[in-house]
Design a protein around this ligand. Structure first.
Ligand code: UDX
Ligand code: UDX
Length: 462
């Protein structure tokens, strides 16, 4: 009998991951379920709710064959041998741990739902990033439910990065699977290993105990975010001393112990994971009586906040101390290129700071919708705030955004904004003079821009 997989949560993680499994394992039936009807409906069209290069092609190839979407959560839980839990785990905004702890209400709801409807044995896989020992909560809920079926809980964190999700899933550096070190636990681990072994070399599939796997995911994200905060901290020092942060990054990156990746100074990291996971890690440390460790990791988020505000303050100061009534163009709103995701995007903070300073913003992003931008900035459908002042326009090209602007800020590293791809001469011609450019991603050639006439600044650049 062929294996059936059900994934609860049709988001940025669940959708692409299941698409890859469906593509690589033709004999496995994969169904993604979600309580959000609009999202499930969108997955049935060619206008997918998640934009990832290469995703649509795979969905088109597999949809209706061995890959399905449904809102009938109970039916597919019951039918499945393996259930992935890929629901969101936002930062808890109330009660104990508010602002730091992960809110596990959706995970718990999934566990209760599985306990209620499952008639046979199931393997349950935590895909969502969760605090260490969450598997224990799931196990307790299942064990306490009175359901006689046997459940094995595995941890299988996802390391994909948005924008390169399909490549990352295709050739992951490693697949990590944690489970109970009992006969049943090891058998469940082996079942999941055999799924990934359809395309991932066995040597790249690592198995551990449950808690190591859960903690590894938080640790990986904390280390990655820490590298960005470290280089961003140095970018401030570079600006003060005349050093060039890209040159420093290259010089240290050639040390094989440090390595060249993830050393790009920027306006600040965003995305659904880094901040949330570090706050959660710090909360766990405090909970286990380790306040020094908690403070260490919290400082990574502090530097990131500092970097975002430093960028907007730099804009205000450079524009002669005031942006009141001035038009500023923001190029890019997604938290990184090649995604339509804006969660925790540095662009949100920068836009809010500039709105606070009473600038008038024109925003352009190749993939983010006007509705999303207004929502992120707490504005109504016309871009107006609670006082009825209309502060933001969302436009459909970079040129339009820069029309009569005093300054332009690059906030997302879209290739289209690079000096060799965009006609900065044309843009310069349309701007107020002096025309200022703030590259929050260091993707342009500042010398070239200066030659055109821009007063151009980068992050950590002389
Ligand atoms: C989520 C988590 O945020 C992240 O920590 C984890 O690593 C993977 O899962 P993502 O896929 O980006 O990441 O989340 P999101 O796009 O919000 O998708 C979650 C989906 O779960 C939503 O579509 C939501 O409707 C669905 N959901 C949530 C359910 O189907 N049932 C629930 O009870 C709760
Ligand atoms: C991250 C992890 O990389 C991934 O393994 C995990 O599963 C989820 O969280 P993601 O948030 O999708 O993935 O994107 P990532 O490429 O890590 O970038 C995160 C943020 O850091 C972006 O805002 C990006 O622009 C920024 N960044 C990244 C930098 O500012 N400099 C860098 O050198 C790298």
């Amino acid at each position: 009998m062929s294996l059936k997989i059900c994934c609860i949560g049709a988001g940025y993680v669940g959708g692409p991951t299941m698409a890859k499994i469906a593509e690589k394992c033709a004999d496995i039936t994969v169904t993604v379920v979600d309580i959000n009807e609009a999202r499930i409906a969108a997955w049935q069209t060619d206008d997918l709710p998640v934009f990832e290069p290469g995703l649509l092609e795979i969905v088109q190839k597999t949809r209706g064959k061995n890959f399905f979407f449904s809102t009938d959560v109970d039916k597919h839980i019951e039918a499945a041998d393996i259930i992935f839990i890929s629901v969101n785990t936002p930062t808890k905004m109330y009660g104990v741990g508010a602002g730091r702890a992960a809110d596990l209400k959706y995970i718990e709801a999934c566990a209760r739902n599985i306990a209620r409807v499952a008639k046979g044995d199931k393997i349950i896989v935590e895909k969502s990033t969760i605090p260490v020992r969450t598997a224990e909560t799931i196990q307790k809920i299942l064990a306490g439910s009175g359901n006689p079926a046997k459940f094995q809980v595995l941890s299988n964190p996802e390391f994909l990065a948005e924008g390169t999700a399909m490549e990352d899933l295709d050739a992951p550096d490693r697949v990590l699977i944690g489970g109970e070190q009992t006969l049943e636990g090891l058998a469940a681990i082996e079942t999941l290993v055999s799924v990934y072994a359809n395309w991932v070399p066995r040597d790249n599939i690592i198995t551990t105990n449950l808690w190591s796997s859960e903690l590894s995911k938080l640790t990986a994200n904390a280390f990655l975010a820490q590298r960005i905060s470290s280089i961003n901290a140095m970018s401030a020092l570079c600006e003060a001393t005349g050093a060039d942060v890209d040159e420093v990054a290259r010089a240290i990156g050639l040390d094989s112990r440090i390595g060249p990746k993830f050393l790009k100074a920027s306006v600040g990291f965003g995305g659904s994971c880094f901040q949330k996971d570090i706050l959660n890690l710090a909360y766990l440390c405090s909970h286990f009586g380790l306040p020094e460790v908690a403070a260490y990791w919290e400082s990574v988020v502090k530097i990131n906040d500092y970097q975002k505000h430093r960028f907007s303050q730099n804009i205000v100061q450079t524009l002669f101390g005031t942006v009141t009534g001035k038009r500023i163009a923001l190029l890019g709103f997604a938290f990184k290129k090649d995604t339509n995701d804006t969660r925790e995007s540095a662009a949100i903070t920068v836009a809010q700071d500039l709105i606070e300073e009473r600038a008038r913003l024109r925003i352009y992003d190749p993939k983010v919708s006007k509705t999303q931008i207004f929502k992120d900035l707490d504005l109504d459908a016309s871009g107006c705030n609670a006082d009825g002042v209309c502060v933001v326009e969302v436009v459909t090209s970079a040129e339009e955004a820069c029309e009569s602007a005093h300054g332009v800020a690059i906030l997302t590293e879209w290739d289209a904004f690079k000096t060799d791809q965009m006609d900065y001469k044309k843009i310069f011609a349309r701007m107020e003079k002096p025309a200022f450019l703030f590259d929050g991603r260091n993707i342009t050639d500042l010398e070239q821009l200066r030659a055109i006439g821009f007063e151009a600044k980068g992050i950590g650049k002389p």
